[in-house]
Design a protein around this ligand. Structure first.
Ligand SMILES: [Zn+2]
Length: 258
């Protein structure tokens, strides 16, 4: 911020006060409210961490009975992501957030908050376009611009992300091959909570468990942090996972080799 020379001291002070108030009101990085939580065996926690690379292939194939990977798409969102992070902290567990490049560009502080609170990040395109409906060059641009925006927010704070999830989980053989060529690992979805519908949080969680049961009690669970009541949904989900003896596996992006 530049204050014009010659301005009176009280005017400078007033400007500084207004700016400080604006920053407090508009900050996109809400501090954690869960710093005092004790991570003991009553919490869901993290069972183990898998370090993935572009060559990892199917993550589902690496999971054992009653192991799940938690994922959240379409953030970051200044209204709701922090509340989801608080719920994850309350159960001492970790997830992977597939971020939209446009949102990451708008809220870089939130990208750093997610990473800073120990979660891993992936790209989810720049605008959430259905990449199967674009020319290959435009689809590749959506992927790389989205990833670039996430990485730009993480400069000096974390490794470049190498995970990618297609918007609508919609891909083609050609697009999936292109993702691998770009040094990225495509991450799919085993079970989704249908949270883009009007489904209530408890019904959403019930559906997740029915689908998990049908998927040999393991897999990658998809929810969306920006969606209405996302914190309630994740709170219910994590409690139920703990109650039913499920374990959380965290993903960590390895070296890109680039
Ligand atoms: Zn999405």
């Amino acid at each position: 911020m530049k204050i014009p020379p010659g301005m009176r001291v009280w005017q400078q002070a007033a400007i500084l006060l207004v700016c400080a108030m604006a920053m407090a009101a508009c900050s996109d990085a809400t501090p954690a409210k869960t710093a005092s939580i004790e991570c003991d065996r009553t919490k869901l926690g993290v069972e183990r961490t898998i370090t993935v690379t572009a060559e990892t292939g199917s993550i589902e194939a690496l999971l054992n009975d009653r192991e799940v990977v938690l994922t959240f798409d379409d953030g970051p969102d200044p209204r709701r992501t922090s509340a989801v992070l608080d719920e994850l902290d309350r159960q001492c567990t970790k997830a992977t957030f597939f971020l939209l490049g446009g949102q990451a560009d708008r809220y870089p502080g939130m990208v750093r908050e997610i990473a800073g609170r120990g979660h891993s990040l992936g790209g989810h395109s720049f605008t959430h376009a259905d990449l199967t409906k674009l020319e290959l060059e435009a689809a590749v641009d959506e992927v790389s611009t989205g990833i670039d925006m996430v990485n730009a927010a993480l400069v000096d704070t974390g490794p470049a992300t190498i995970m990618f999830r297609f918007p609508f989980v919609a891909t083609t053989e050609q697009l999936s091959a292109e993702i691998r060529r770009m040094g990225l690992l495509e991450v799919g979805v085993t079970v989704d909570g249908a949270d883009w519908t009007n489904i209530q949080p408890d019904a959403s969680v019930e559906m997740i468990f029915e689908k998990l049961q049908a998927a040999d009690r393991k897999g990658i669970v998809l929810l969306h942090d920006p969606f209405y009541r996302s914190d309630e949904r994740v709170s219910l989900l994590l409690s139920r996972l703990k109650q039913d003896g499920y374990k959380v596996v965290a993903l960590r992006g390895g070296e890109t080799g680039q």
